[in-house]
Design a protein around this ligand. Structure first.
Ligand code: FES
Length: 161
């Protein structure tokens, strides 16, 4: 089950309003919308544009520019696997191969239940391979722990103190 509420225009207006009404509030508004709904619904562009008195094209341009903004709902579980240098040195690319074997290719099309996305350093380098799983930092990831996570289960968090 997805942990985010379904898109709702009145809730979106309240999220936007809480960030103010000036152009410098565009990014905070977009982040707040994504934090609330898990993504930025296509109708949010017009709401944000209206709130800050900018064009829809300008808001759309901002959304498109930042890779981290999602335009579709996320999977129920999102595993953000670190593929930066320190995690590469301890086997993260083997986990990429394992993910494909499990039927969830990294950066592949999102399924409803689980998706794995690449990220580049989570600040947990000494305990790699690392991943952020539904917001929780997991270190010392291996094939067995990845399989549990892909299956919707939980593993012990391992992170730097
Ligand atoms: S390189 Fe993976 S957590 Fe830093």
């Amino acid at each position: 089950m997805n942990r985010y509420p379904v898109w709702n225009i009145e809730a979106a207006r309240a999220v936007i309003r809480a960030e103010g009404d000036t152009p410098d509030a565009v990014l905070p508004m977009l982040h707040a919308l994504q934090a609330h709904f898990g993504y930025i619904h296509r109708d949010a562009t017009a709401l944000v544009a209206e709130a800050v008195n900018l064009s829809r094209a300008e808001i759309h341009g901002t959304i498109s520019f930042y890779h981290d903004f999602r335009s579709t709902p996320p999977a129920a579980r999102v595993i953000r696997l670190c593929r930066a240098e320190a995690c590469q040195a301890v086997g993260c690319e083997a986990l990429v191969t394992e993910a494909a074997r499990l039927g969830v290719p990294v950066d592949g099309p999102a399924a409803d239940d689980v998706a794995i996305e690449s990220v580049y350093c989570l600040g947990n380098c000494a305990l790699g391979p690392s991943a952020l799983v539904d917001g929780a930092l997991v270190g010392r990831l291996d094939a067995a722990r990845l399989a549990v996570l892909v299956g919707g289960g939980a593993v012990a968090e391992v992170q730097m103190p």
